[in-house]
Design a protein around this ligand. Structure first.
Ligand code: FMN
Length: 345
């Protein structure tokens, strides 16, 4: 008997979970196409949502799509589905990023196989994804100050393992590398401020909720307070626009930063980095660790290479993640599912 394929309603649930993923400036640069006959969900890049100034090579775009793919795999595991995901970016068809075959495994003893606790039919690395499911809806970027409580070693070890399970490396930064990276973040923020085209792009993707009802981009309620320390570990989405009611507070004295990197730097590696990123973020959320990003130096080629870890060396830096204990951050908007999901026979 051929494997059963999931219903349209289940596929819609999976894509709703996928689109809860983070994306640079909340551009949500993804589209999903489900072939009912083959049970195959295709993840495609939406290049109309690219950021030509800050992300000319589409690296960050692929990272966001990889994060959506990880959520999709977690959601499929939660729904008891078997998945086989293939990363597909090819120069001949750069829009098609991944294909995920979805099937409903045969039931055992009347119970859906997905409830049996056996992940053996899932795609590579999918064992252990199901417990991450509750974190999909809880994870948000938190641009708030964290307290100075260190993330304990056992939690750090879980996050390092989460990145490794997706083929990436996560390194918690220590002195003197940490201070170098903090300097690079501040330098990059200065470069950004001096670049009118980037400033215009950032403004284009930010919204003021009193006047706008956005479906994408970053609304003012997600900017967080202004950082009085001028360290720029919180990318300031208000830019130079006046926000008289916005608090100005001191962020943590000792930021806890982790660098996510991959061994190569091609589109498939960026998708891998995105999956690793989201696996780390979901695991952190389950451990009550809040997260945000300070990726500014990744967006300037001359600074990106200086970010490399002097001890572990050769990796290609993909994300700078700030972690700690503090507010979780608000939920930000997402586009309606009918704009991102289509069904085919
Ligand atoms: C590749 C990538 C780069 C990002 N860079 C930053 C950043 O430098 N600073 C920041 O505050 N948020 C950054 N973000 C977070 C996005 O702004 C955030 O995911 C988006 O606004 C949606 O909000 P949410 O994460 O709360 O769902 C980045 C996200 C991705 C995937």
């Amino acid at each position: 008997m051929p494997a059963q394929t999931p219903t349209d309603a289940t596929v819609t649930d999976l894509v709703a979970d996928a689109t809860a993923a983070p994306s640079m400036h909340n551009t949500q640069p993804w589209r999903f196409r489900y072939g009912r006959g083959s049970g195959t969900l295709k993840l495609r890049a939406d290049f109309e949502r690219r950021l030509p100034e800050a992300d000319p090579a589409n690296r960050a775009l692929h990272v966001g799509c990889g994060a959506a793919l990880l959520n999709l795999r977690v959601s499929a595991a939660h729904h008891g589905l078997t998945t086989a995901a293939t990363l597909l970016p090819e120069p001949a068809d750069p829009v098609l990023l991944a294909s995920v075959r979805l099937s409903v495994p045969p039931a055992h003893d009347g119970a859906p196989a997905g409830d049996s606790g056996d992940d053996s039919g899932a795609g590579p690395g999918d064992a252990g994804l199901r417990p991450l499911y509750p974190a999909i809806a809880k994870r948000h970027t938190s641009r708030y100050p964290f307290d100075d409580q260190p993330v304990p070693d056992d939690v750090r070890a879980r996050l390092v393992a989460a990145a490794r399970a997706e083929g990436a490396e996560l390194v918690f930064l220590v002195e003197p590398h940490l201070e170098t990276v903090l300097d690079l973040i501040r330098d990059a923020e200065g470069y950004d401020r001096g670049d009118p085209a980037r400033e215009a792009e950032r403004e284009h993707w930010t919204w003021f909720s009193k006047t706008d009802a956005p479906a994408d981009g970053i609304p003012d309620y997600a900017f967080g307070p202004r950082d009085a320390s001028e360290r720029a570990t919180n990318r300031d989405f208000a830019g130079s626009r006046p926000m008289p009611d916005r608090a100005r507070v001191r962020f943590e004295r000792n930021p806890q930063l982790a660098l996510l990197s991959t061994s190569d730097d091609r589109p498939a590696d960026w998708l891998r980095a995105g999956q690793a990123l989201e696996r780390v973020l979901l695991a952190a959320t389950l451990d009550e660790v809040s997260t945000s990003f300070a990726n500014q130096p990744l967006e300037w080629p001359d600074l990106r290479w200086v970010l490399r870890d002097p001890v572990h060396g050769a990796g290609n830096p993909q994300m700078i993640i700030r972690m700690g204990y503090g507010p979780t951050g608000p939920r930000t908007p997402r586009r309606a599912l009918e704009r991102v999901l289509t069904f085919e026979p």
